[in-house]
Design a protein around this ligand. Sequence first.
Ligand code: C5P
Length: 231
Amino acid sequence: MSSSPVIVALDFPSADEALRLVDQLDPTRCRLKVGKELFTRSGPEFVKSLVKRNFDVFLDLKFHDIPNTVARACQAGADLGIWMLNVHALGGRKMLEAARAALPEDAAAPKLIAVTVLTSMGEEDLQEIGLPHSPADEVKRLATLSYESGLDGVVCSPREIELLRQDLPSEFELVTPGIRPQWSVTGDQKRIMTPAQAMTAGGNYLVIGRPITQAEEPMQALKKIEQELGL
Ligand code: C5P
């Protein structure tokens, strides 16, 4: 268990490679995100092994299906002992409500958050699939729908934090990738913020991959981020 806002993205092609990093991390000082590649290769047993090591795990599988199927997938996630999981808000209100209803209400239940508009999609991509509004408007609409459906928060880019904080209450949690400390390489991320900027703007959790996973000394990188955040 951790009280850290930092979620380290385990973007590795195999459990062995992921564990080489995990072995260097302290579960009281960060949480871990397992996405589609690692989960598809290494599966639930790997996730359980992280939970057994006392890490809070965010299972980033972005469920999007009929309500009954998503509800059951969320239950299966909760059974793994994970801390957070996510669904696609584009699955609609009934799907979001079914996901919410499928999870227990106790404190040990995973947080349920939604993905709104993928940041890979621009205005033209949205129009092509019949979504006429600007990405910012769609993000706002889907985040509001997620809130109304009882979800705990959304994943959003750091540039969307301010927009979402205008309308949504402070207990609705914002989880943001696209984070780059000043000392790190930007890589392929474009609309980035530093950890401190994202937290000051109103973010609750920071998903950070390469600045930590590719660092020669990952715990040192984490320490620098903690210092920047005043932790
Ligand atoms: O290495 P980096 O810090 O860029 O990793 C960010 C993580 O957040 C990756 O797992 C990436 O897939 C994820 N992500 C993102 N942008 C989004 C949604 C998720 O970078 N809009």
